[in-house]
Design a protein around this ligand. Structure first.
Ligand SMILES: *[C@@H]1O[C@H](CO)[C@@H](O)[C@H](O)[C@H]1NC(C)=O
Length: 395
């Protein structure tokens, strides 16, 4: 009922073109100025956003970023309606996005969606968009294919930006880090690779495909990476970090990720020509450094941080959030070809609000069984009794 109401509102607003009447229900359900039917000076952007569960905040941050871009005068977020409306960033759409952003909630997971339905969702026959940002499609099927059919029909697409992932890389023994866009092998069978191929080759659209990595940010709903450190530090537990702890990681603020996406607007031709861009901060940190940065913000002296390095090859990664070995990218190509300026945010500073937020979210019950197994097996700490208060189900 609730969801249907949203979609209904979205469509109604397009038909009537009056935002004010709906303001209390939602959601910047648009003002008449951004209707596709109105004469536009510049271009319209469409952000197709998945339900999150991880990184739903990218579309949100991107919408904010595009609002201030001269090339774009209207923004529509086509939101998968299976998102949890009570979680971030979705619950902040109404309060935080400006008037030039329209949100349409739709059942993107419905396999039977065709171009006709998609066109209706997007505002009717006259709706068309020059800039597409796809943070939804897992492959060229269902609503993803329907959207691409629409885009082809419009014939006005200037950039089809696909939000892929650095997870497509499959480094070999000889891979150099940071992983290069053109030199690192990828998983050809992945949905992302199929999308890249379908959009650029079969649809012949101007594709730009970005490969982000670990993302954190305000209004995010995924905390696993950094919480792993705080969960242990705040309980005075050891931090089982595989390998030497000098492996680097790209932990990037979602605003910086959105800035890289937007940077392709400054140099469209070069963006399409290069096509693939790694996406992340240029301020890389090591696994151990993350521990010390977190400790600092939590007021824990460095000498009290109990990092336990162990052999990941023998014992696996347990609950550790990153890979055993180096697996990182840097935004060098985006800097070179798109004039990207580099990250504006910095993990050290961000950890201040992150830690406040962490405390507000409250202490959760965590299963440390795996940690304990690793610590015992690697004999890297004398005192495995530290876990007793947290592991009650032990035999
Ligand atoms: C959207 O962005 C996130 C963040 O990198 C990524 O994990 C996800 O795979 C993205 N793409 C799609 C197509 O959902």
């Amino acid at each position: 009922m609730f969801r249907l109401a949203f979609l209904f509102v979205g469509l109604l607003a397009v038909a009537i073109g009056n935002a004010a009447a709906f303001a209390p229900i939602n959601c910047n359900v648009l003002s008449s100025t951004n209707l596709a039917t109105k004469t536009r000076l510049n271009a319209a952007a469409l952000i197709v956003q998945n339900k999150g569960g991880g990184h739903g905040e990218l579309g949100f941050q991107l919408a904010k970023k595009l609002s201030s871009n001269d090339k774009i005068d209207s923004i529509t977020i086509l939101q998968d309606d299976s998102c949890n409306m009570k979680s971030e960033p979705f619950q902040s759409y109404a309060s935080d996005l400006s008037d030039d952003v329209t949100v349409v909630y739709a059942r993107l997971g419905d396999e039977s969606v065709d171009a006709k339905t998609m066109q209706k969702w997007l505002g009717g026959d006259d709706a068309q968009f020059e800039y597409i940002y796809d943070n939804y499609s897992k492959g060229p099927e269902g609503s993803s294919k329907a959207l691409l059919d629409c885009v082809k029909n419009w014939g006005c697409c200037k950039l089809y930006t696909y939000v892929s992932s650095a997870g497509v890389y499959q480094p070999t023994d000889t891979t150099q880090f940071p992983m290069g866009e053109d030199s690192t092998p990828i998983k050809e069978s992945s949905g992302q690779a199929k999308m890249d191929n379908y959009v650029s080759v079969e649809c012949n659209l101007p594709l730009v495909s970005f490969r982000p990595q670990y993302i954190y940010g305000e209004k995010s709903n995924k905390y696993d990476y950094i919480d792993w450190y705080f969960d242990r530090l705040t309980r005075s537990l050891p931090l089982p970090i595989p390998g030497p702890g000098t492996q680097k990681v790209s932990l990037t603020n979602s605003q910086d990720v959105a800035s890289i996406f937007a940077a392709s607007l400054d140099n469209e031709e070069a963006a399409v020509k290069q096509r693939f861009f790694n996406c992340g901060t240029d301020k890389l940190v090591t696994y151990d450094e993350v521990a010390y940065l977190c400790a600092e913000v939590a007021g824990i002296p460095k000498e009290e941080v109990k990092i336990a390095h162990y052999s990941g090859d023998d014992l696996g990664k347990g609950k550790f959030p990153f890979r055993l070995t180096d697996f990182y990218v840097a935004p060098d190509m985006a800097k070179e070809k798109l004039g990207y300026q580099g990250a504006m945010n910095d993990l050290k500073d961000d950890l201040k609000w992150y830690y406040e937020d962490y405390k507000t979210r409250g202490k959760k019950t965590i299963d440390f069984t795996k940690d304990r197994e690793i610590i015992v097996a690697s004999k890297s700490s004398e005192d495995v009794n530290v876990y007793d208060q947290y592991i009650t189900t032990e035999q």
